[in-house]
Design a protein around this ligand. Sequence first.
Ligand SMILES: [Zn+2]
Length: 128
Amino acid sequence: MGANGDVPRLGGEQFTCPFCGLPQDRVPTLDHDWVLLEPGVDVLAHLVPAEYRWIVVSDGRVTVYAVCPPDAAQRCRIEHRLACSEQQLPDLWPWLTALRVENGRRAERRAAGEPVPVWAEIELPDAG
Ligand SMILES: [Zn+2]
């Protein structure tokens, strides 16, 4: 557990992460809620899965930027929990998780000497 106390402010309120002890920016969202963002990190939106992109709007609040495909120059912030070394990553790419689960089944069948089925009902994202 991290130390608490006063963390230097970077334009907003900061909260100490209870998992790793590092500071997080507590930022209000357009949904009248709060989100804990990684301080000092903003990345190109296309590098982040759509539901995990937070963009700052004019009044300083943030909202999810789920536009697909994202504007090439759009940058976004990410939640600290994605960057936290002490927390499990959420299911960032559901299709990839589905692929892994399906591969688990295929590996079991192969180990049992059963025929391994070809790809069935996994929905892969469109190329491009
Ligand atoms: Zn943390």
